[in-house]
Design a protein around this ligand. Sequence first.
Ligand SMILES: [Zn+2]
Length: 308
Amino acid sequence: MTTILNDTPYAIGIDLGGTKTESLLLAPDGTVLLRQRRPTPRDGGYDAVLTVVVEMIGAAAAHLPPAATYTVGTGIPGSIDAVTGLVRNANSTCLIGRSLQADLEQLLGHPAAVRNDADCFTLAECRAGAGQGYGLVFGVIMGTGCGGGICIDGVVREGPHRIAGEWGHFPVDRDGAECYCGKRGCVETLISGSGVEGAFYREYGQRLTMDQIVAQARAGEQRCRQVFERFLDDFGRCLGGLISILDPDAVVLGGGLSNIDELYTVGIERVRHYAFHDRLRTPILQNRLGDSAGVFGAAWIGQVVVSS
Ligand SMILES: [Zn+2]
C-alpha cells in the first residue's frame, strides 16, 4: 500500500550514482538547506557504498531542527524487486542482490525509500522541469546505460513488478549484441553510450568514446557517421515504438546523451517515421534540471512511503 505523507516537513534525498553520490536536504517550503557531493567508493564494495550513503544522510539530518520529522529517499541505478526487496539490474553491480532499503533502515533507525533513478528523474522533471503541465510523462535516461520512468499526473507509476518504464531492457534485435541482463539486442545495447561504443568496436576494432564518435561524425568521418546515423535511427525506432504503446503527453530526455542536438532534429524525424501515427505531435523535450533532477527526485520520492 502506498501512503502519501502530506504533513512531513523536511525531505532528505540521496542520488547514488556510479561515480558520485549527492545528498540534499529540503525544508518544508522547498528551500535547499544542504547539498553535498562525494565520490561513490570504487573499492570496498557494497559496505563502502552503504557507509557513504548513511554518513551523508546523517550529515543532512544533523541540519534538521530539534525533533523535526523528515523523509529519506534514495535513487539508485537499478530497481528493487517488488517480491524480494533486493536490488536487481543495477549498473553499480555491487548493489545487485543486496537488501539496500532494509539495510539503510536498520542503520538509520528510520524509514528510507529506495527507487530507480529514472523514476526519480521523471518525477523531478514533472514537478519542476520540462515535464510540468503534462499528464502522462515518459522520462528517458540515456547515458552509459538506458532507463526510463513513467509519471502520471505527478505520481510515479511503478507497477506490480516495479519495472514500469524499464524500456532499456526491451529486446528489439534478435541478432543484436549481448546485454548484461542476459538477453540480446536490448534498447540499451542500441542507444546508450556503452551500446554505441560497443557497436563501433565490434565493427571497426577501435575503441572510441561516444563523445568522440559524435564529434567525428559531425566532422564527416565516414565510420563515425554511419554509426551515429544508425544510433539516431535506432533512437527513433525504440522511442517511436514506445510512443505507440503509451501515447504519452510528453517525453523528457535526460542523461549525458540528451545533450546531443541531433536527437531533437533528425532523431525526432525518425521517431515520427516509426510511431504509429503519421502526424505525431508528442513533445520530445530536453530536461531542464540537468544533474539536479536525480537528487531532487529522490527527496520527493522519499515522501511517498511504501508499507506492506
Ligand atoms: Zn538488457
